[in-house]
Design a protein around this ligand. Structure first.
Ligand code: PLP
Length: 389
């Protein structure tokens, strides 16, 4: 059966060039980077080459990049680290209602320890309200953590404005850029970012590796106790193959950034136009101006999203109803809820994300099949424009 993968925000395939760079590190280049002989030392050198590539992609200095096991660990480390480092100053953290669970659950963990967290709201397009953000600052605020771009609706936040608010008030600013990396230009210095989370598997690199950018001058304690890897800040033998793959993926992301954004946003627009002209009663969620290039979030009114997904799967089409973590559950998306959408619309919404290997032909096939499925599901739905209340 034909397979059309439209879930690039969940994960991306590892690019051939990335895999090729990684392979020797499973065999002949297997040395432990902490060892003081040839194959160990060269592994360390290669980690540092990868560090330079990741740093270059975001305009950071090499020594400001700390490799982690992924975006989740980077988010945990930034927030818990800031909380511990700034304990004597205060116990208040500001974040948004639409963060990834890696961030939200970390905040909840800290709330149990007595920290206070403000979850600023977003408008119907998913943009945070800067006034509300500034007004929620107290003399106990130690961290503002607002995601760069949302994983469900693709909305990009006004990062520079947020960092200016943080600076004005002497507060650290962390951003989860897991979805933004490789999809929009990022210059951490120009944007005034203090800490930033990244993940390799969203940019055609391997799973299980990511990084936290920590601006020099920011000191947060380690999350893990152990060896002195990563300049004594992140213990544990490095995932050398993964890090090398991340470096290559970052290099490719930087080289192809403009072309990638153009190609993927053209495909996204093509998808949206095509589906709009073939189906009635659909809403496009999120912000069309400030949006990740590959994101399409659609409410198919009067259709149960999970049923649509299952039927799509029988036609080889992969998409999701929310973040990968919640798509296997019936919990309604906290992101769409925060956008003010009623439950029935949330349950009728699907996220499609296109990427470097998507073709126009894939979209033609997917839209054609989706239209057929939606019409079928609507024909036996208890709800319709005429039958809803
Ligand atoms: N943050 C965001 C916005 C994400 O989309 C994801 C993954 O979907 C993560 C964090 C977690 O990253 P990782 O899968 O590398 O742990």
């Amino acid at each position: 059966m034909r397979q059309v993968y439209l879930d690039y925000s969940a994960t991306t395939p590892v690019k051939k060039e990335v895999l090729e760079e990684m392979l020797p590190y499973f065999s002949e280049k297997f040395g432990n980077p902490s060892s003081l002989y040839g194959i160990g030392l060269s592994a360390k050198t290669d980690i540092n080459k990868a560090r330079a590539k990741v740093a270059h992609l975001i305009g950071a200095e090499d020594r400001e990049i700390y490799f982690t096991s992924g975006g989740t660990e980077a988010d945990n480390w930034a927030v818990i680290g800031a909380a511990r480092a700034k304990k004597s100053k205060g116990n208040h953290i500001i974040t948004s209602a639409i963060e990834h669970h890696a961030l939200l659950n970390t905040c909840q963990y800290l709330e149990k320890e007595g920290y206070e967290v403000t979850y600023v709201s977003v408008d119907s397009k998913g943009r945070i309200n800067l006034d509300e953000l500034e007004k929620s600052i107290t003399d106990k605020t130690i961290l503002i953590s607002i995601m760069f771009a949302n994983n469900e609706v693709g909305t990009i936040q006004p990062i520079k404005e947020i960092s200016e608010i943080a600076k004005r008030n002497g507060i650290w600013f962390h951003t989860d850029a897991v979805q933004a990396l490789g999809n929009t230009p990022i210059d951490v210095k120009a944007l005034g970012i203090d800490m930033m989370s990244m993940s390799a598997h969203k940019i055609y690199g391997p799973k299980g590796v990511g990084a936290l950018y920590i601006r020099k001058g920011i000191i947060i304690p380690s999350l893990l106790s152990g060896g002195s890897q990563e300049n004594k800040r992140r213990a544990g033998t490095e995932n050398v193959a993964g890090i090398v793959g991340f470096g290559k993926a970052a290099e490719l992301a930087e080289a192809n950034l403009e072309e990638h954004i153009k190609k993927v946003s053209d495909l996204r627009n093509y998808f949206i136009e095509k589906i709009k002209s073939n189906l009635e009663d659909i809403d496009i969620n999120g912000d069309m101006e400030n949006r990740l290039p590959g994101n399409i979030n659609i409410t198919f009114n009067y259709v149960e999203g999970e049923a649509l997904l299952l039927y799509m799967d029988t036609k080889g089409i992969s998409a999701s109803t929310g973040s990968a973590c919640s798509s296997a559950s019936f919990t309604p998306s906290h992101v769409l809820h925060a956008l003010g959408m009623p439950l029935e619309k949330i349950y009728s919404s699907i996220r499609f994300t296109v990427g470097d290997f998507t073709t126009k032909d894939d979209i033609d096939y997917a839209v054609e099949e989706i239209v057929k499925i939606v019409n079928k599901l609507r024909s036996f739905s208890a709800f319709s424009k005429e039958r809803s209340w």
